[in-house]
Write a protein that binds this ligand. Structure first.
Ligand code: FNR
Length: 369
């Protein structure tokens, strides 16, 4: 029987992912002033060493106030490039594509790191804790909920500054050697706040109609595509739906995806939610795969990635084999089991090459002894 598509390479412009099992971006809340630490080097490398096709480095702030927490990674100054490039170079030794997700936290910024969740009711990080209470902004002056800061409505000058910050971040990501860039336009962070009618109540050219709400994102994408090398793939993560009546919908995502294809985006990474506490999410295995499937179906030429509660080998195989998505992003299962790729290969009876240093530990498949 032929090799399942899950383990077949995927061409991405001038690059190729060796398989379709990718590490989803996950904030680690372990940076210092945006700089990487040894933790990041070992954390991201472990997935490359153990066979992931692509590793997407966590949401990385394009501005200091664009971080989610004071401990998030940053890429707003040239000095950040060196630490990031060490991670990239190391991952490349294992044949893994290195991606980075760049973003701006918007009104969900200046929050405490995840490790402190549950220790208090407010998620707001104070100035003493490294936060930026007076510099939290978004499309409109409305808080996500009581646990977050109330943002200031962005001026046109601030919008221009953010757009340029995304473009500058892309230049630095290229300098750091990343193969793939992902724009974070999901989960209720700044770019998604502009997209959704639930969080964008502006009356200027950046609010109101679909065209106006998508304006900033499209300006960011077009600006980035001008500086991000033609040979390098550009991904975009989106909340496919708000899961709230009157919010951003999958139909909006489809229309936008067509425009994004023409603007030079290669893959839509289909997530959902995070912008409104009223969301009702039907959490079941692979609950967001339907969105990746619809993007692929309705936007010929656009690749799509599926994410969310994908943790079993047969489940992963089927998603890609049935063309519901071109690749899968796996988050928490990789935290539980960094050898997820090897485990899936074993479950499916596929003989993948293990990293040299670990070869002696390889679980033999029934076909190879
Ligand atoms: C996340 N997620 C996430 N998403 C994103 O786009 N950027 C990010 O930086 C983060 N950070 C993050 C941290 C942690 C600790 C978790 C658990 C999750 C969401 C993540 O990428 C993924 O979409 C979800 O976790 C759903 O996939 P899994 O975990 O069910 O495979």
């Amino acid at each position: 029987s032929p090799l399942p598509k899950l383990f077949q390479p995927l061409k991405l412009r001038g690059f190729e992912a060796k398989n379709r099992i990718w590490v989803s971006p996950m904030c680690m809340y372990s940076a210092q002033d945006g700089f990487t630490t040894d933790f990041h080097l070992s954390h991201y490398s472990q997935f490359a060493i153990r066979g992931a096709g692509l590793v997407m480095v966590e949401a990385t702030g394009v501005l200091p106030e664009g971080r989610i927490s004071p401990n998030c990674l940053g890429i707003w100054q040239d000095e950040h490039v060196e630490g990031l490039s060490r991670i990239v170079n190391h991952m490349h030794k294992y044949g893994t594509l290195a991606g980075i997700q760049i973003g701006h936290g918007g009104r969900k910024g200046s929050t405490i790191p995840l490790q402190l969740y549950g220790t208090r009711s407010s998620l707001r990080a104070s100035k003493e804790e490294g936060g930026w209470p007076e510099n939290v902004y978004g499309p409109s002056a409305e808080a996500y909920d009581d646990a977050h800061y109330k943002p200031k409505e962005m001026t046109i000058e601030q919008i221009n500054k953010v757009r340029q910050a995304f473009v500058d971040a892309a230049i630095r990501a290229d300098k750091a050697g990343f193969d793939v860039l992902e724009i974070h336009s999901a989960h209720g962070y700044l770019l998604f706040e502009f997209l959704s009618p639930l969080s964008n109540h502006r009356t200027d050219e950046y609010g109101g109609s679909f065209e106006n709400r998508t304006r900033l994102l499209l300006e960011v994408v077009r600006g980035i595509r001008q500086v991000w090398p033609h040979s390098k793939p550009l991904f975009l993560r989106i909340s496919s739906t708000d899961w709230v009546e009157g919010g951003w919908t999958m139909d909006d995502t489809k229309v936008l995806s067509k425009i994004l294809l023409n603007a030079g985006v290669d893959l839509i990474d289909c997530s959902s939610a995070g912008n409104d506490p009223r969301q009702k999410i039907p959490l079941t295995p692979g609950y967001q795969v339907q969105f990746a499937q619809q993007v692929k179906q309705e936007v010929p030429g656009m690749l799509s990635g599926a994410v969310g509660l994908i943790s079993k080998g047969e489940q992963a195989r089927q998603i890609v084999e049935d063309d519901l998505a071109d690749a899968i992003f796996v988050g928490r299962e990789f935290l539980r089991n960094p050898s997820f790729v090897y485990s899936v290969a074993h479950e499916l009876g596929i003989n993948v090459k293990w990293n040299n240093q670990y070869e002696r530990g390889r679980l033999k498949t029934k076909y190879s002894f």
